[in-house]
Design a protein around this ligand. Structure first.
Ligand code: HEC
Ligand code: HEC
Ligand code: HEC
Ligand code: HEC
Ligand code: HEC
Ligand code: HEC
Ligand code: HEC
Ligand code: HEC
Length: 424
């Protein structure tokens, strides 16, 4: 009996001290924000005594001093997850916020969409912000969005399994500009994953996810060989392809269109890792990808597939370069006038964000068609090819590019004819 009493007492004391440790935050927040407390309770953090105050500090204790609660950035996570932090710090994701803010257009869009995180800023919140960037946020009155780890491991469950689900990538990698979600989910790799999820394939059947190909073995450092813009230095060896990529780099404002010399923009795009600058950087990514495919396919099969992606890009580049040259010739002959924003009388793809809405002053319809050809249809062509999606590669991609080129030729013809009439 005495032993039982003692044990009971011990239990109460232990429970009491645990309770005391969490008392303030948990007790009060169970009423204030019960959902968050519940979410934390189901997390690995709760299991391991990583409490509210560990991340938010203990300076705030009541409704009167809420501003004293810290909002933890990635460095807080780093204290216990140094490996993932390091990998993330070297990832392409880490450039999300910086590359967004490097775009001239960002600064004329509503803040709610940027700092507020509903438009561009909702997806580009990825990246460890510098002190200067945070200061700018706070000065505008934006207090949240300090952490990118919770973009895949949403708070406060901070779950590994959630981040392994391809749907964790969907919010950002979908839709108009970069429909990888649509490509993957409607191609065989994705449909098999869904079939397995629904129990129609055995649980150990193979179906590659975004994560398996892009964060292989849990590595948080995501890069791809071609990147989003599908250009690279060093240039391809094939002479035609090389010439076409040079034309595209000129239209990106990275090479001076008249001298071919690099412009200051080259440094800018290199600083956010928009293009692979060395052969090694390209090959490293390519070989990593092959190693992933090889987990299921033969190496020969995998190489053939990826080389097909490259040669599709080469063909898409040729159509695009033709389009660029037609529009550039209109500038050269004085038929199109240089918009004030442009550095050169030459198409400037970094103004692509305005393709589908307000035009920048003086941007012509023919150039809008050219921008769509680049930003939308060329991307679908090669991204669809790489993601093994026939519909995207052809109907949304290649077929639209050929249509764009036809339209550009037709429009140039009309513009030239009109110019002749008006300048008789
Ligand atoms: C007596 C009640 C009470 C206690 C104790 C308490 N909080 Fe709060 N907390 C609040 C209230 C009220 C708010 C404001 C909620 C709102 O804006 O709707 C808040 C807000 C917060 C916020 C959000 C801050 C923001 O800028 O939006 C965090 C984070 C937070 N608390 C963490 C903690 C942590 C960690 C502890 C323990 C160290 C704690 N709280 C203790 C009542 C409490
Ligand atoms: C592992 C770290 C971690 C722990 C533990 C943690 N939080 Fe948070 N919490 C965060 C992060 C990250 C944010 C988002 C910060 C931002 O947006 O800048 C956040 C945001 C919040 C917010 C404001 C945003 C909102 O959705 O309302 C509140 C309130 C909050 N936490 C309460 C709590 C409470 C209560 C606990 C304990 C039950 C807790 N947190 C435990 C990391 C943590
Ligand atoms: C005080 C240390 C500490 C801090 C700070 C911390 N964690 Fe953890 N975290 C842990 C421990 C302990 C575990 C459980 C063991 C493990 O998986 O390493 C864990 C587990 C995790 C897991 C795996 C969960 C699962 O489902 O298996 C994720 C994801 C995670 N933490 C993310 C974060 C993020 C994001 C932050 C910052 C907002 C953070 N952690 C801050 C200690 C911490
Ligand atoms: C729905 C989410 C989402 C929105 C909204 C969004 N982006 Fe993006 N953005 C992405 C993703 C995802 C990528 C990477 C795509 C890829 O590699 O295929 C990207 C890529 C970029 C890149 C190229 C980065 C690089 O280095 O390759 C720039 C620049 C960019 N976005 C700017 C913007 C601007 C400016 C806006 C708003 C006008 C915007 N984005 C809106 C998700 C988004
Ligand atoms: C079977 C492997 C595989 C799967 C699964 C996969 N990808 Fe990819 N992904 C690739 C390959 C291959 C490339 C092109 C790599 C290169 O540049 O050489 C690529 C390229 C990308 C790029 C860079 C720009 C582009 O689109 O070409 C992004 C972003 C991307 N994938 C996101 C995703 C997302 C998000 C998912 C899931 C919805 C996904 N991928 C599923 C293999 C895969
Ligand atoms: C792009 C999505 C994404 C982002 C952003 C992200 N993670 Fe992860 N994280 C994952 C995936 C996917 C896994 C599961 C990896 C695996 O399958 O082993 C994971 C796993 C983890 C784990 C569990 C490791 C283990 O095996 O137990 C921790 C801890 C973690 N991440 C911390 C972080 C931290 C800290 C950050 C921010 C610096 C972060 N993650 C940002 C996708 C992400
Ligand atoms: C919160 C939005 C968001 C989420 C969630 C997200 N991404 Fe991204 N991702 C981006 C943005 C933005 C970029 C472009 C970064 C930049 O501007 O430099 C990007 C870039 C990439 C790239 C690099 C493409 C290149 O140019 O080489 C890959 C690969 C990628 N993401 C894969 C994933 C995978 C896989 C997941 C899910 C585990 C995921 N992302 C989740 C927003 C997101
Ligand atoms: C986790 C296993 C796995 C990985 C990794 C994987 N695949 Fe697959 N892949 C499959 C399965 C399963 C199928 C469907 C059965 C088949 O056609 O072999 C498939 C089908 C394909 C197909 C044919 C699709 C069709 O419509 O007929 C191609 C092409 C392909 N994969 C290319 C790749 C490439 C390229 C990579 C690497 C970037 C890759 N796969 C990585 C499992 C995988």
């Amino acid at each position: 009996m005495r032993n039982v009493m003692l044990a009971l007492l011990l239990c109460l004391v232990t429970a009491g001290s645990l309770w005391a440790a969490e008392e303030n935050c948990i007790v009060c927040h169970s009423k204030i924000t019960p959902g968050q407390v519940q979410d934390w309770r189901v997390s690995a953090h709760a299991e391991n005594d990583v409490t509210c105050s560990e991340c938010h500090g203990d300076a705030h204790t009541s409704a009167k001093d809420v501003a004293k609660a810290k909002l933890p950035d990635e460095h807080k996570c780093q204290e216990c997850h140094a490996e993932q932090f390091e990998q993330f710090a070297h990832s392409k994701h880490n450039f999300g916020w910086t590359s967004l803010n490097a775009m001239p257009i960002t600064h004329v869009e509503p803040d709610e969409l940027m700092e507020g995180g509903r438009g561009c800023g909702g997806c580009h919140n990825m990246g460890i912000k510098t002190e200067a960037q945070k200061k700018e946020l706070r000065a505008k009155g934006y207090r949240y969005q300090n952490n990118s780890c919770d973009e895949c491991h949403t708070r406060h469950s901070f779950s590994k399994k959630e981040a392994q689900d391809p749907r964790a990538c969907q919010q950002c990698h979908m839709g108009y500009d970069h429909p990888q979600w649509e490509m993957w989910s409607s191609a065989k790799h994705g449909t098999r994953w869904f079939a397995r999820e629904a129990g129609r394939l055995p649980t150990d059947a193979k179906a590659p996810t975004c994560q398996q190909c892009h964060l292989p073995d849990g590595n948080h450092s995501n890069h791809t060989a071609w990147g989003f813009f599908g250009v690279r230095l060093p240039l391809p060896e094939d002479p035609q392809w090389k010439a076409d990529q040079i034309t595209i780099l000129k239209a990106m404002g990275v090479l001076n269109p008249f001298t071919g010399e690099p412009t200051p923009r080259l440094k800018l795009v290199q600083s956010v890792d928009m293009i692979r600058s060395t052969k090694e950087a390209f090959d490293t990514e390519r070989n990593k990808m092959i190693a992933t495919c090889k987990k299921c396919h033969s190496e020969k099969y995998a190489r053939t597939q990826l080389e097909m992606g490259d040669s599709m890009l080469r063909k898409a580049d040729h159509l695009l370069a033709k389009g660029i040259r037609i529009v550039a010739a209109l500038y050269k002959d004085g038929i199109l006038k240089k918009p004030t924003e442009y550095a050169f009388a030459y198409p400037d793809f970094l103004y692509f964000m305005r393709t589908n809405g307000a035009k920048i002053d003086g941007m012509s319809h023919i150039e809008q068609v050219l921008f769509q050809m680049y930003m939308k249809h060329r991307m679908r062509t090669y991204q669809g090819q790489f993601h093994v999606n026939p519909d995207y590669a052809y109907w949304y991609g290649w077929a639209m590019m050929t249509k764009d080129l036809g339209e550009i030729e037709e429009l140039a013809h009309t513009l030239r004819a009109n110019y002749k009439v008006n300048h008789k």
